[in-house]
Design a binder for this molecule. Structure first.
Ligand code: MSP
Length: 648
């Protein structure tokens, strides 16, 4: 027997700096679809995912939580593993950059790059964004802020090692422009890499740090730790056993067939990573795909911006395959996908309940009703059947090619066009009329057979996306194992002619959209309330007299602008419309808000405290906030309140 061909696909390794969310799911789901397809095609698949556990941000978060960084990442790692199980992800290996084999490999890689002269020691000066762990040049900043997350950056300088990235610019440009290789898709990102990064001049890359501890130590220079991208990107080869004795898969699987990720880290994968591999004299990955973002009210839905929709809740309420289908169907290749639960409910109701679910249940019910569950051996195919049959014939090549090239949404759209055509086929042939005429029995059986066979072929192609529902559909239509193999999707009439169906449950119950939205809102309000639970309340204060209270001048104010105060991690600086020409107030709630979240809110403030200076800025009053979980939330008033209105 010939050896199976290897196929290696990877997701990024995610930061366990917060709980996993629906945004992380898209990349992993897309890879899962390709991995499942490749296994169906007979490949020996290595599907790698994992976590990028080092860095300053994790160190800080652990400190805030009062636990060690390792304990912190262990806890979140368990949640990622649970999420992938919940989503039906069939990864083959899960790497954590704190795994000792990875640490060992990265130390070797760093030493090797140093010995070869690609790493040198110097001084780093730059603009640094702590949440993104990224240094930026002045020209890359957007309005003086981090171009990825829009937050403030700080000047930073320290002794550090550098990787000679600049030396690779011509080879990287050639790689990106190589029409045959088609290294990076979608094509629009190629221009982005060349125009935004290569043309302005690639800078050497800072690859070590001394300012924090949570990372892999540089073996030959105490105090330095390997800085994020050399550590993180190496995972794709260390997980195969490169420079370690734990695994022995490097020869078999490297170079990777495809690295999949969202657009914001494409530059690391198409500039730094190939340059590192070139420096190590290793083959380059065959393909990098940079998809768009799932966005939430305009911005990227990320761990830091709150308002995250809990994937565990969604799967629990609407079913694993419905969520898989929705995310994969809704994300157009290369562009962003605004996420709303409403769009998901519509997809479930239209595509899954109305089109697919109904097609299966109507067809099976008619076979039951008109033929007691078993069709006739004899058939009568007529010319007008050809349109549906020919349309289904075209699916196999088209859908496989769409899946393989990560155009999963396009592939699904094609399948659902055939499903819609099949529903129309029922209406055109009017089986209920044929059933009234005994002479049309054979024709009626053929109509139902064509429908069952179309369902079979579509379901095979749907199965990488909906692997849990597919076997149920096969069972309902009576499909045998052989006729559900991938290649059988390319063959007409593989089902036995006198097939016996088996009625089953309703595959996709319809969702009452308004009711569900209300329930989800109630659920998330409940969750918010729970955050307060367990927090001891402040004891009540001693009585005070009414006159004392009346001395305070409490007013309503509208937040006109809000910014972080430089060099302070506590203070926010507000400009308030107070109804009397405006005032500036400082408030120590920076840890609980992104400043922009507060703009436009109607808040309550004490208007008659004497002015006070903090961090060189004057504060004229105090914004009222209420304890909320571990932090505070500002007291919000009706947004239509007139600024300056008296509170009392
Ligand atoms: N640790 C780095 C990656 C190192 S890879 C060698 C990192 N981690 S991350 O946790 O921020 O993950 C980013 C990736 O998560 C994105 O590139 C994408 O694959 C996925 N997504 C996270 N949020 C997402 C959306 N809102 N939308 C789509 N994908 C997103 O960067």
């Amino acid at each position: 027997m010939s050896e199976k061909k290897p196929y290696y696909i990877t997701t990024p390794i995610y930061y366990p700096s917060g709980n996993p969310h629906i945004g992380h799911c898209y990349t992993t789901l897309a890879c899962d679809v390709v991995a499942r397809l490749k296994r169906m095609q007979g490949y020996d698949v290595m599907f790698l995912t994992g976590l990028d556990e080092h860095g300053q941000k994790i160190e800080k978060k652990a400190e805030e939580a009062g636990i060690t960084p390792q304990a912190y990442v262990d806890e979140i790692a368990a949640k990622f593993v649970k999420l992938w199980e919940t989503m039906g992800i069939t990864y083959d290996r899960f790497i954590r950059t704190t795994d000792s084999y990875h640490v060992e490999s990265v130390q070797h890689i760093f030493e090797e790059l140093y010995k070869k002269g690609y790493i040198y020691k110097s001084e780093y000066k730059g603009k640094y964004c702590t949440p993104c762990e990224s240094f930026w040049t002045e020209s890359q900043l957007v309005n003086g802020k981090c171009p990825d997350c829009g937050r403030d950056v700080t000047d930073a300088s320290e002794e550090a090692y550098f990787f000679k990235l600049s030396e690779f610019a011509p080879r990287l440009e050639a790689l990106l422009l190589d029409e045959e290789k088609n290294f990076l898709e979608p094509k629009s990102r190629v221009n982005e890499m060349i125009n935004n990064f290569i043309k302005p001049g690639l800078q050497d890359l800072c690859v070590s740090r001394t300012s924090f501890k949570w990372g892999i130590p540089v073996t030959f220079d105490e105090g330095h730790i390997v800085y994020v991208w050399v550590d993180a990107l190496s995972n794709y080869i260390t997980a195969l056993g490169y420079q370690n004795g734990t695994y022995n898969d490097f020869e078999k699987y490297w170079p990777a067939d495809v690295h999949v990720m969202a657009k914001e880290i494409v530059r690391f994968h198409t500039l730094i990573w190939p340059a590192m591999l070139m420096a190590l004299d290793l083959p380059l990955p065959k393909k990098v795909y940079g998809h768009g973002w799932i966005t939430f009210s305009g911005g990227k839905m990320s761990k830091s911006s709150g308002n995250v929709i809990d994937p565990f809740v969604l799967v629990d309420r609407y079913g694993i395959d419905s969520i898989r289908y929705h995310l994969l169907r809704e994300m157009p290749f290369g562009s962003d996908m605004p996420y709303t639960n409403e769009a998901m409910f519509n997809r479930i109701n239209c595509d899954l309940a109305n089109d697919l679910g109904n097609l299966v249940s109507r067809t099976v019910a008619m076979v039951d009703k008109y033929f007691a569950g078993t069709l006739l051996e004899e058939q009568q195919v007529i010319d007008s059947d050809e349109e549906l049959l020919a349309m289904t014939d075209k699916l196999y090549d088209a859908v496989i090619s769409d899946y393989e090239t990560l155009h999963i949404s396009d592939g699904l759209e094609k399948i659902f066009r055939v499903i819609a055509r099949a529903n129309k086929f029922i209406d055109e042939n009017e089986p209920w009329k044929l059933a009234k005429d005994d002479s049309m029995k054979v024709r009626l059986s053929t109509v139902l057979y064509i429908l069952l066979d179309t369902i079979r072929r579509c379901t095979i192609l749907l199965s990488p996306v909906m692997p849990h529902i597919a076997p149920e559909i096969f069972e309902q239509i009576g499909a045998c194992e052989k006729c559900t193999a991938l290649e059988a999707a390319n063959v007409r009439f593989e089902l036995k002619k006198d097939i016996t169906v088996k009625k089953g449950r309703v595959l996709f119950p319809r969702i009452d959209i308004e009711k569900e939205i209300a329930e989800l809102e109630a659920l998330s309000a409940g969750e918010k309330k729970e955050e307060d639970d367990g927090q001891p309340l402040e004891p009540l204060k001693e009585n005070c007299v009414f006159d004392d209270f009346m001395k305070l001048d409490l007013r309503a104010g509208k937040v006109l602008s809000c910014e972080k105060v430089k060099k302070s991690d506590k203070l926010l600086c507000f400009q308030i419309d107070d109804g009397f020409g405006g005032r500036q107030i400082l408030s120590g709630i920076a840890k609980y808000y992104e400043p922009e979240e507060l703009v436009g809110k109607m808040i309550a403030f004490v208007a008659n405290f004497p002015a006070r200076k903090m961090m060189g800025l004057e504060s004229n009053g105090m914004i009222l906030s209420c304890k909320f979980g571990d932090g505070y939330k500002v007291v919000e008033l009706d947004p239509n309140t007139k600024p300056g209105s008296d509170i009392g």
